[in-house]
Design a protein around this ligand. Structure first.
Ligand SMILES: [Zn+2]
Length: 117
């Protein structure tokens, strides 16, 4: 199969090479993702554009690239506030209450007249 197709946009003519994965606009080579011209050709021959995207964008390659970079971290379940006001973890661990401290208003009316300095 000869994989070179001519694409015209207005007065501009471009060559798309399906086998070499190139286009005269250079977009396909630079990004590894078919440019709009290549995509038009791929669709015109009833192929899937995704199949012509470089493998480095796809999950198996990404997984290989990053497999050594991440290690698992310990996860903790969200603690719950029980009816008694105590905070308990899923495993039953009890934590101090997160409620604000009780404050008492001083007796009597609030002072209306400010003391001038
Ligand atoms: Zn192009």
């Amino acid at each position: 199969m000869k994989g070179i197709f001519g694409v015209s946009i207005g007065t501009t003519f471009l060559n798309v090479d399906i086998m070499k994965r190139t286009c005269t606009c250079r977009g396909w080579e630079m990004l590894g993702i078919p440019c709009e011209h290549a995509a038009a050709v791929i669709l015109s021959i009833s192929q899937n554009v995704v199949d012509f995207v470089q493998d480095w964008y796809k999950f198996p390659m990404q997984e290989l690239i990053y497999s050594g970079s991440f290690s698992g971290i310990e996860t903790h379940d969200m603690p719950m506030v029980a009816n008694d006001g105590l905070v308990r973890s899923i495993t039953g661990e009890v934590f101090l209450s997160l409620n604000p401290p009780h404050t008492k208003r001083p007796p009597g009316r609030p002072r209306k007249k400010r003391i001038e300095s």
